[in-house]
Design a protein around this ligand. Structure first.
Ligand code: AMP
Length: 291
């Protein structure tokens, strides 16, 4: 694996290896890599001729400075994981290289019409978060110019927002969404999990159980709002768990699901504080056209 700290060196190296007809796949990450990220790299290797990953803790998508400061950084083991999974190129830049004009520069991509996708759920709880996400993903796509972009279902709303950006700007990159990789007790793998104490880690496994109960309830025809309330109350009753929201939504619009509405994808999303750590997760209860 070759590592580059500048966009110009990476672009040059990519241009040199890219043969006509080659497919370049891209896996953007913020590091502290785990089996979830590895699943994205594996999927990329299977589908593409060239695999590019990035590790960049993007400051513009953090709305809490403490979260940015405590975000885990494990560069050596990250490199080893990527190497072991056959990643070809790693882009590992400093902030200046990603944002030569400074991170605070407003860009067109931040002001596109994302409709209902950016103002609810994570958008409501983390003001500015998605502006930072689209800013960095757009910039990384300009640098890498991939054919396929690999993203995790774990960040469900992020996928919806990036899909909209790609479509509005007609960027011509295909999205490949990888299912959430979980621990044995169901906890979704996340870089932030390593900040949980042993007791918090134990109770965090319950989040997925509650989402599973909501998904099962929806399939049995229970009212969505009742299921949301049950999950919120159930989680809030556990030590150290503070649910911020549990919402059953139409997977395309991310608007609240109204019982009986015909939807192609029905999803329950949650954000939960476990001690000082904020975790997100989701479960698709129903999909009309499973891929
Ligand atoms: P992050 O480093 O957290 O920004 O994540 C980088 C990419 O990995 C994103 O597309 C995430 O959705 C994806 N990802 C993170 N955790 C998981 C997981 N447990 N399973 C699958 N993909 C994941």
């Amino acid at each position: 694996m070759q590592t580059f700290t500048t966009a110009s060196a990476l672009s040059e190296a990519l241009a040199a290896v890219r043969r006509p007809g080659d497919t370049v796949g891209f896996v953007p990450t913020m590091g502290a890599l785990h089996r979830g990220h590895a699943a994205l790299v594996k999927a990329c290797r299977l589908e593409c001729d060239v695999t590019v990953a990035s590790i960049f803790v993007n400051p513009t998508q953090f709305n809490e400075s403490a979260d940015l400061e405590t975000y885990p950084r494990t560069p050596e083991s990250d490199r080893a994981l990527l190497e072991a999974h056959g990643c070809d190129f790693l882009y590992f830049p400093e902030v200046d290289d990603v944002y030569p004009d400074g991170p605070d520069t407003e860009s067109l991509v931040m002001n596109l019409d994302y409709g209902t996708l950016t103002d609810r759920l994570e958008g409501a709880h983390r003001p500015g978060h998605f502006a930072g996400v689209v800013q960095v993903v757009h910039r990384l796509l300009q640098i890498v110019e991939p054919d396929v972009l690999f993203l995790g279902q774990k960040d469900y709303q992020q996928v919806a927002v990036i899909r909209r950006m790609v479509s509005l700007l007609d960027l011509g990159v295909r999205l490949h969404i990888v299912p959430t990789v979980r621990e044995q007790d169901g906890l979704a793998l996340s870089s932030r999990n390593r900040r949980l104490s042993p007791d918090e880690r134990l109770v965090a496994g319950k989040i997925n159980q509650h989402l599973g109960a909501v998904a099962a309830g929806l399939r049995s025809g229970w009212p969505a709002r009742e299921l949301e309330q049950l999950a919120i109350r159930g989680m809030a009753a556990l030590p150290a768990l503070k649910p911020e929201y549990v919402e059953v939504v139409d997977g395309h619009t991310l608007l609240p699901y109204q019982d009986g509405d015909p939807v192609e994808e029905l999803t329950v999303l949650t954000a939960v504080r476990v001690g000082d750590v904020r975790l997100i997760d989701n479960r698709i209860a129903y999909r009309a056209n499973p891929s």
